[in-house]
Design a protein around this ligand. Structure first.
Ligand SMILES: Cc1ncc(COP(=O)(O)O)c(C=O)c1O
Length: 441
């Protein structure tokens, strides 16, 4: 099968320049595309235009952050008015209170919130809070779990069969070369969806683990969710063993009005947020019950965890986030759910009719066509699927969808409120053509 990108001379030229000034031409490894990236020119609504003038429906939405797509009037209005009013300052602004009020009103486990500039930072501060609250330094995370760029939580994001150790007691494997052993020694790895093994690991390390972190809806495995009874086990064990349970909802908050925790009915102690809460501007957030957020409080003089930052809670991100999130009413989520269901149904029908190997997963605005027969339940099954050609098939699909004017990533279709029924119909037609072409290769 060919994975050759279509002819894109302007992008190719830009990439030549990029390679002179950025290692291998990129500044974002998650966006690497062979043989070179397609460069963006502009975007409007759900359509993004590249430097060749090709217009495509954007189903990536900057890795899910742009829940309203591009150029939504209310968002551009607030950006324009705020930029001429106040970009950033040492003084706090009312916008941060407004955004905090909005989040605390819709996510019951978040009685209080703090803000950062990225999801990575939110996770980093969550770990500090977990340590300070529990008095124990180690963290536990899922094998294959993605939580951003922090070296502690990127541990065992992508281990391989040569270093991952036993299935029931996975090794803690550094993601980046040069990571000190002292870092990986602080991380205990849990096998996702293996209740008995994970429970045993948590109990055996109860004196050392202070924080357990999980993303309750996993992007990198194609939207595969942790089983509900696995989440319930984590809730039960962390409570019994004096550990702080952190849900990394940086990605999954998009799944419903109250995030994935609202859908699944399991309540964490702390919630890391990002992406959609910025309305398109850079942001991170950490919320939790007052009891857990008290580690930041100044009640007794010095807080247990000090947290600041030059651009923290900058009025641009706070104002844009507030406007963007205010538009995400229960009705707006319901409409995304409806469009998501229409897309999933259509994808299922096309895949079934064409006899495509794969299945459709998703919830609300987050959808994926997983080009692998069986549902993938954990990281090791994902690696098995990759070895069986899973990612190669997705790469070919991606290229063929570009020809159909659809921009996707890893088989994922992430919706925005800018999309309509017509866009979904257009998409299904394109998917059908792309899959038919794929079968002929
Ligand atoms: C679950 C999860 N956690 C954390 C992050 C990191 O967020 P950011 O890229 O804003 O640092 C991401 C980003 O994709 C994510 O999906």
């Amino acid at each position: 099968m060919s994975t050759q990108a279509s002819y894109a001379p302007n992008s190719a030229l830009l990439f030549e320049r990029a390679k002179q000034v950025m290692p291998s031409g990129y500044t974002r490894h998650m966006a690497v595309t062979n043989p070179h990236p397609v460069y963006a020119e502009k975007a409007d609504g759900c359509w993004i235009t590249d430097v060749e003038g090709n217009k495509r429906i954007d189903y990536v939405n900057n890795f899910s952050a742009l829940i309203h797509g591009h150029n939504k009037k209310e968002i551009t209005d607030i950006v324009t008015s705020q930029v001429s009013c106040l970009i950033s300052a040492i003084l706090p602004s009312e916008w941060e209170i407004k955004l905090a009020e909005l989040i605390t009103a819709r996510i019951p486990s978040c009685e209080q919130v703090r803000f950062m500039n990225s999801g990575t930072e939110a996770v980093m501060i969550a770990v500090k809070a977990g340590r300070a609250y529990s008095g124990k330094s180690k963290i536990a995370k899922m094998e294959g779990g993605y939580h951003g760029q922090f070296d502690l939580t990127e541990t065992s994001f992508q281990p391989n069969p040569g270093n991952w150790g036993s299935e029931n007691a996975p090794n803690s494997v550094a993601y980046t070369q040069g990571t000190p052993k002292s870092v990986t020694d602080e991380v205990v790895i849990l096998p996702l969806n293996n209740i008995e093994a994970a429970r045993a690991i948590l109990r055996a390390n109860a004196d050392d683990i202070g924080t357990v972190i999980i993303d309750p809806l996993r992007l990198q495995l194609g939207m595969v969710e942790p089983d509900l009874d696995y989440l319930e086990m984590l809730r039960e064990e962390t409570e019994a063993l004096g550990m702080v349970l952190v849900f990394d909802e940086v990605f999954s908050l998009r799944s419903s009005y109250g995030g994935t925790q609202g859908l699944r009915g399991v309540t964490p102690d702390l919630t890391a947020m990002g992406k959609i809460i910025g309305g398109g501007m850079p942001i991170g957030g950490l919320g939790g019950k007052k009891e857990f957020m008290s580690v930041f409080a100044l009640d007794d003089g010095d807080p247990k965890v000090k947290h600041s930052g030059t651009f923290t809670a900058n009025p641009m991100s706070m104002a844009t986030g507030y406007v963007g999130m205010s538009l995400m009413t229960p009705e707006a989520f319901a409409e995304l759910d409806r469009l998501g269901e229409k897309l999933r149904e259509g994808l299922r029908k096309i895949a079934g009719d064409l006899g495509v190997v794969g299945h459709v997963e998703g919830v609300g605005s987050l959808n994926a066509l997983i080009m692998h027969e069986a549902p993938i339940k954990n990281y090791r099954e994902f690696v098995g699927a990759v070895q069986a050609g899973f990612l190669d098939r997705i790469q070919v699909f991606h290229q063929l969808l570009l020809e159909q004017r659809l921009l996707t990533m890893r088989g994922g279709f992430i919706l925005s409120t800018a999309m309509t029924d017509d866009d979904i119909d257009f998409t299904l037609e394109g998917v059908s053509k792309a899959l038919t072409q794929m079968q002929a290769l």
